[in-house]
Design a protein around this ligand. Structure first.
Ligand code: ADP
Length: 626
């Protein structure tokens, strides 16, 4: 028997294929099972029009046998088989896909769902084996043939005994090396887990003998180990079923098992889309954030299936960062996969799917917000920060997508509110949306600046997360209303007369105010009288775009360029302390300077900042007592 050579370019390709196309050696099993499934699809398809096939759908089956002693894995199918020529053509020429040809010939029939398309998958067998035989008998042929090859040196095809139609592929597994554990592929649990991982939704049963232990009849407490032929795959993908046939329980079980969560999801999104690109999507919004969600280790992404076969475990391109918490999968027969089926060839279809999913997720979250407020708030507690980051990231690219999904605590009832709810409650004369930043709701509630705004009957949004203010800055306005930080921006609630009086007062006491500023030092850029305070004597405000909160957040980042907010000490012009300062400045400059420092330190404490020199502060207060 003359050994035939692989075509020269094929040799090179084969070598490349075995050594570099696939990143995971374990996918050889997925490829061979997909081929077997294709072969059975072809014969099943034939049986619909040809009575001589004599097989029903339930007769088709893939069997895997492991032989540890002889180091072989055997994969048997009762599909359409290959003739001598087909063995030559399909397995002797790389990149010749019989399946792709079959697909083209049967393009109009939507029942055929063939997985193979490149004619290289079979060769992945050589990643784990040093010798491969393919015994096959084609439907309608009387004689079987066996193709065999030991790697890339060449192959032989010769007649063989084969009673039934179909194909038996036997892989002789390579010996393990220091770098690679090939022995693992001879372990039943490994093979069954690989089938579960990649081929769970192959539509024919994949069977293998597995050892199980069972009680011995008649002998109490004794167990025996027996071999049982088990079906390893679940066959019907949940997402292919009709929504009306799936119970909540089934969805929940699928989610908790597949995505390792102990709680059912907050929301299930199951959709079938047909059009420019056809796909099924089954998405889940978790109730709580995984422990690593807000760390660098968290990997976003959806599982990507092509016709029920897993292609990628975490396809990041399918999810925008703002929805990185979504779990689930997409299954599409339309994807143009690259040769290893590990990555996608063109990302056009993927982009299209991602765009649709983004819209879908948003509308489902909006529905939840509208109809299941409590569930939404629970969800928001877990993932709200991610949505807010999403608004701010990439120069606010996603701000319009997200602006109606974010919530902030409102001063009125200390409950979460949307921006649109805030706007709907705005007073007739109110032009802006007011907000304040701080560590906690209670601390913000006590800010001196809040009094005047609340007195007017205006609501204030209380921002407690670091990202909050950046998120509003990115949004710039909502429904035409600008945002005003009550500690940083001009409140614009005083009348013209009030403004004028204040201006005159500041002018009149310019010397005093300059003196106070000099006494405090670098901590402030100016000291001024204000009419916006009610009971508090003084407060700190910032000017020039960077608020004190932003300064704190930005400077906490690893960055050498430290930023400084321009802080102004504002003194309540109606407070007795203002009068006191005005008179004391004439008589006792030293004491006036001490008062300035105390007022400044107190204002820092109230706005949630530490006192710069606690020892000096304590001494100054002590002096007052003596
Ligand atoms: P692909 O599956 O991408 O077409 P493969 O290299 O895996 O490429 O297989 C090449 C061809 O060999 C297939 O298209 C198919 O025609 C044939 N083939 C492979 N395995 C089998 C099998 N188990 N039964 C019948 N034909 C097969």
């Amino acid at each position: 028997m003359r050994k035939k050579q692989f075509k020269a370019e094929s040799k090179k390709l084969l070598d490349m294929m075995i050594n570099s196309i696939y990143t995971h050696k374990e996918i050889f099993l997925r490829e061979l099972i997909s081929n077997a499934s294709d072969a059975m699809d072809k014969l099943y398809f034939k049986s619909l029009t040809d009575d001589t096939v004599g097989m029903k759908k339930e007769d088709f089956c893939i069997r895997i046998d492991l032989d540890k002693e002889n180091r072989t894995i055997t994969i048997t199918d009762n599909g359409i088989g290959m003739t001598e020529e087909e063995l030559e053509q399909n397995l002797g020429t790389i990149a010749k896909s019989g399946s792709s040809q079959f697909k083209n010939e049967n393009e109009t029939n939507s029942d055929v769902e063939i997985i193979g398309q490149f004619g290289v998958g079979f060769y992945s067998a050589f990643m784990v084996s040093d010798f491969v035989t393919v015994q096959s008998r084609a439907f309608g042929a009387a004689q079987g043939y066996v193709w065999s090859a030991a790697g890339i040196d060449g192959y032989t095809v010769e007649p063989c005994e084969k009673d039934t139609v179909g194909t038996i592929i036997t892989l002789h597994i390579k010996p393990s090396t220091d770098q690679e554990d090939y022995d693992t592929f001879l372990e039943p649990y490994k093979i069954s887990s690989l089938v579960k991982k990649y081929s769970d939704y192959i539509r024919y049963p994949i069977k293998m003998e597995m050892e199980t232990s069972r009680p011995v009849e008649g002998k109490d407490g004794e167990y025996e180990t027996v071999k049982e032929l088990k079906t390893l795959n679940s066959m019907v993908p949940l997402w292919r079923k009709n929504k009306s046939e799936i119970t909540d329980e089934e969805y929940n079980r699928f989610y908790t098992e597949k995505f390792y969560d102990f709680e059912p999801p907050a929301k299930v999104i199951h959709s079938k889309t047909e059009g420019q690109v056809t796909y099924d999507a089954l998405l889940f919004i978790p109730k709580h954030a995984p422990f690593d969600f807000y760390s660098k280790d968290y990997e976003k992404g959806l599982q990507l299936y092509s016709s029920g076969v897993l292609i990628m475990d975490k396809c990041a391109d399918l999810l925008p960062d703002c929805f990185s918490f979504v779990k689930g999968l997409v299954d599409s027969a339309d994807l143009s996969l690259n040769i290893s089926r590990e990555v996608l060839q063109h990302d056009y279809q993927l982009k299209l799917i991602a765009k649709n999913l983004e819209k879908k997720i948003k509308s489902e979250l909006e529905k939840m917000l509208k109809n299941e407020r409590e569930t939404y708030e629970e969800f928001y507690k877990a993932f709200g920060v991610q949505l807010k980051y999403g608004m701010y990231e990439n120069y606010g690219e996603k701000k319009d997508l997200l602006k109606d999904l974010v919530l902030f605590v409102s001063s009125t009832d200390k409950k979460l509110t949307t921006l649109s709810e805030y706007v709907s409650r705005m007073k007739e004369d109110q032009k802006s949306i007011y907000y304040a930043c701080g560590e906690t709701v209670d601390k913000i509630d006590m800010l001196p600046q809040a009094d005047a705004v609340k007195d007017k009957g205006y609501e204030i949004l209380y921002l407690t997360d670091n990202v909050d203010e950046f998120c509003l800055k990115a949004l710039m306005d909502y429904d035409g209303k600008n945002f005003i930080n009550i500690c940083a921006d001009e409140l614009d609630i005083a009348s013209q007369d009030e403004k004028k009086t204040l201006e005159e007062e500041n002018e009149k006491y310019k010397d005093l105010l300059d003196f106070l500023k000099t006494s405090i030092g670098d901590g402030v850029t100016a000291v001024r009288f204000t009419n916006k305070l009610k009971k508090h004597p003084a407060c700190l405000s910032s000017e020039g775009g960077i608020s004190a909160q932003m300064e704190k957040v930005l400077n906490a980042m690893p960055n050498d360029n430290k930023i400084k907010a321009e802080i102004v000490l504002e003194i309540n012009d109606a407070h007795p302390i203002a009068k006191k300062l005005q008179t004391m400045f004439e008589t006792d400059k030293d004491r006036t300077a001490d008062y300035a420092k105390i007022l400044y330190d107190q204002a820092r404490l109230i706005s949630g900042m530490p006192v710069e020199n606690p020892a000096e502060f304590a001494q100054l207060v002590c002096n007052l007592m003596l």
